[in-house]
Design a protein around this ligand. Structure first.
Ligand SMILES: NC(=O)c1ccc[n+]([C@@H]2O[C@H](COP(=O)([O-])OP(=O)(O)OC[C@H]3O[C@@H](n4cnc5c(N)ncnc54)[C@H](O)[C@@H]3O)[C@@H](O)[C@H]2O)c1
Length: 265
């Protein structure tokens, strides 16, 4: 039996990286998927990969080109799931972006954009998912947001990003408390550097080249490497499934020991 059999899941940012990896893993575990992203071509590539993996047929996947900063779009993505499958069980608010810069050189427009996508976008998706989950019979569901270790710790050059992710962690805690009486659980995942296009972009202009840049990132992780998207998808699967039925209001690091303390030598 699949660990998400019978579950209806929405994932934002499903055209790339972690969103795509979660879509593939969740489909293999039996979920029906309503996927959203700004990038329509990337979404179609995710659908192609789902078909190819045999994890899901297109009959169990809906896609929508959408922007998480638009309340209408977030509401429409939730409606895709409810209209097609009659319910929503899991919202994965994953879409995110960055604008790395030291605070003293951060443009206001970039700061606003990062907060709007990473924090307001999660709020809007969670708001509409929460409403749909209260309409399930019986009420219930799970909201899972992609935060980051940058939301738990300060990271030079990632001020706007880190603030947005800290906000996401605060948001899921509030949702966990507000959702408890409806059996709506809410949690955040806090990955460290994971091998996705976001990290590729981050190291694109690194001193010594992208590979050197990745080595430097890996050296900050006690396990000594970048994470893989599938490793984040495994943690997401646990939190999304009924195996985590008594887990709510947490921010789970998926970080190779990064949050354990200061590694010597
Ligand atoms: N990769 C990492 O190292 C890492 C670490 C910690 C947290 N995260 C978080 O995980 C999430 C996924 O990151 P990723 O590494 O897969 O990044 P990615 O850049 O590979 O994918 C992000 C996806 O989000 C989509 N997106 C961006 N803005 C959007 C918007 N306004 N509306 C709809 N879709 C939008 C993009 O089109 C893209 O498909 C993000 O929230 C990111 O902050 C990533």
């Amino acid at each position: 039996m699949g660990r998400l059999d019978g579950k209806v899941v929405t994932i934002t940012g499903a055209a790339s990286g972690l969103g795509r990896a979660m879509a593939i893993r969740f489909a293999a575990e039996g979920a029906a998927l309503a996927l959203g992203d700004l990038n329509e071509a990337g979404l179609q590539e995710t659908v192609r990969m789902l078909d190819e993996s045999g994890a899901s047929t297109s009959a169990k996947v809906a896609t929508r080109k959408m922007d998480v900063t638009s309340e209408d779009d977030c509401s429409a993505l939730v409606a895709d799931a409810v209209t097609r499958w009659g319910r929503l069980d899991v919202m994965v608010a994953n879409a995110g972006t960055g604008a790395p810069a030291p605070i003293a050189r951060q443009e206001l427009a970039d700061w606003d954009r990062v907060l709007r996508v990473n924090l307001t976008g999660v709020f809007l998706c969670a708001k509409h998912a929460f409403r749909a989950m209260t309409q399930n019979t019986p009420a219930g569901g799970t909201i899972l947001a992609l935060a980051s270790v940058a939301g738990l710790e300060g990271t030079p050059g990632l001020g706007a990003y880190g603030v947005s992710k800290a906000g996401v962690i605060q948001l899921v805690k509030t949702l966990a408390l507000e959702g408890a009486r409806y059996n709506i659980r809410s949690n955040a995942l806090c990955p460290v550097w994971i091998q996705t296009p976001m990290v590729d972009a981050f190291v694109a202009n690194a001193q010594g080249g992208p590979e050197k840049g990745k080595e430097r990132l890996a050296s900050t992780v006690p396990l000594g490497r970048l994470g893989q998207p599938e490793e984040v998808a495994s943690a997401a699967l646990y939190l999304a499934s009924d195996e985590a039925a008594f887990v709510s209001g947490i921010a789970l690091p998926v970080a190779g020991g990064h949050t354990a303390g200061f590694a010597m030598g």
